[in-house]
Design a protein around this ligand. Structure first.
Ligand code: ACO
Length: 378
């Protein structure tokens, strides 16, 4: 093997099969269990898409009611988890807060489960753990934002579906249906995307027969980086820096001269546009209309047009979702935790799939250090 055989970053390497989602860069399409993600976002509540990703089929009315009942039963932030979050400095990044909370939920849930080799869990146990994390994450994320603003925890409401309750627990106001719908679409779009870095991380951890909570905790760490989930926050920083559409050209001249990466653009797999962008952009347009913030769309379009014209690199999902979450009222630091709340569904679906047909993930490396040498006097 020569160094030219090495696929740095595993680029172009197919490492396994998956039945969960199909990314097709040639047609810019994304299917969840065979269904185009745009159709799911236009017609389904997030809970139904979670059921689809975990179990392979859209739920019957009865199955959806069952999942919703379980999700509602676990929605309230557990007092031990709240106490632990309250111990963290309020300046801690919310991704560190979310990672710590998920790890603590795992420590509590697995207490007494004995030796680590059996901690991987059965399919039914892992499905139940997946629903519990799915149900708990909105409370963790919402409380995180409130805590940073010096506000009290808000208890969940049983009369609201997942997305509406998430907004309720964050803002303490009856959410407008237009906003709920846009937010629900964003959650569906963020839920799953094949072997991205964080999902692959979850699969690597699962391949050692470790437990679901450890795999999700590790995946949160991978998602935190600005080349992955952290980009939706970075998009908002760029919008704040630019300020208005008239300043785009001058800002871009400077950014490109300084070899800056323009966050929210580019993708390892899609080179002609991210399949999720048109659906999220439509949700952003609905929010812009709802809040009467056409200035946001002017800046959005100006930067996109200018950057695509200069570099031929297209926006990814983080580009429309950043300003959309900002309009809804989420703080910029809360954006990546929102990605966690959605992607936990994809991660756990992959954990189940990896565990069902496991092989330890252990690639090889090409050694590039010193030749063999000896300790003086040995
Ligand atoms: N801004 C400026 N230049 C870019 C950008 C960008 N956003 N993206 C790619 N390029 C350039 C690179 O500088 C490089 O140019 P060069 O060949 O002259 O050195 C070329 O395009 C190839 O880029 P790579 O980073 O090597 O491509 P890769 O496939 O590894 O990267 C990535 C994909 C990491 C997403 C990259 O496009 C990037 O850093 N984008 C910004 C971060 C971002 O938006 N991440 C979100 C990913 S999607 C998601 O998590 C929902």
């Amino acid at each position: 093997m020569t160094d030219s055989d090495i696929k740095k970053g595993l680029a172009g390497v197919v490492v396994d099969t998956t039945a969960i989602s199909k990314v097709n860069p040639a047609s810019n399409s994304l299917l969840y269990r065979g269904y185009p993600v745009q159709e799911l976002a236009a017609t389904q509540p997030f809970e139904a898409v979670a059921h689809l990703l975990w179990r392979g089929e859209l739920p019957t009315d009865e199955e959806l009611a069952e999942l919703r009942a379980l999700e509602r039963a676990h929605r309230a932030l557990e007092p031990e988890v709240k106490a632990l979050i309250d111990l963290l400095p309020v300046q801690a990044h919310p991704m560190d807060e979310v990672r710590t909370a998920v790890s603590a939920i795992g420590a509590t849930a697995l207490a007494g489960s004995g030796n680590v080799l059996t901690a991987g869990g059965s399919v039914e146990q892992n499905l139940e753990r997946s629903v519990r994390l799915f149900a708990q994450l909105p409370a963790i994320v919402a409380y995180g934002q409130r805590r940073r603003r010096g506000q009290e925890l808000i208890e969940p409401r049983d009369d609201l579906d997942y997305s509406a309750n998430f907004l309720w627990m964050t803002f303490g106001e009856d959410p407008d249906p237009v906003v709920v719908d846009a937010f629900n679409r964003s959650m569906i779009l963020y839920a799953e995307h094949s072997f991205n870095a964080s999902t692959f991380t979850a699969r690597v951890v699962t391949s050692t027969q470790s437990d679901l909570y450890s795999a999700v905790t590790a995946a949160i760490g991978a998602l935190k980086g600005p080349l992955h989930g952290g980009a939706n926050e970075a998009v908002m920083h760029i919008f704040d820096e630019i300020g208005s559409s008239e300043r785009v050209a001058a800002w871009l001249d400077d950014a490109l001269a300084n070899k800056r990466k323009i966050m929210g653009f580019g993708h390892r797999v899609y080179k002609n546009g991210d399949s999720r962008v048109p659906t999220m952009e439509a949700a952003l347009v609905d929010l812009v209309e709802h809040y009467g913030r056409h200035d946001v769309m002017d800046l959005y379009s100006a930067l996109e047009n200018e950057f695509v014209a200069r570099k031929g690199i297209y926006p990814n999902l983080d580009y429309p979702s950043g300003p959309a979450y900002n309009l809804i009222g989420f703080d910029t630091v809360t954006f990546t935790p929102l990605f966690v709340a959605a992607r936990v569904v994809g991660w756990t679906a992959h954990i189940l799939e990896q565990a069902a047909s496991n092989a330890l993930i252990r690639p090889l490396s090409s050694y590039s250090g010193p030749d063999e040498r000896h300790v003086p006097g040995s």
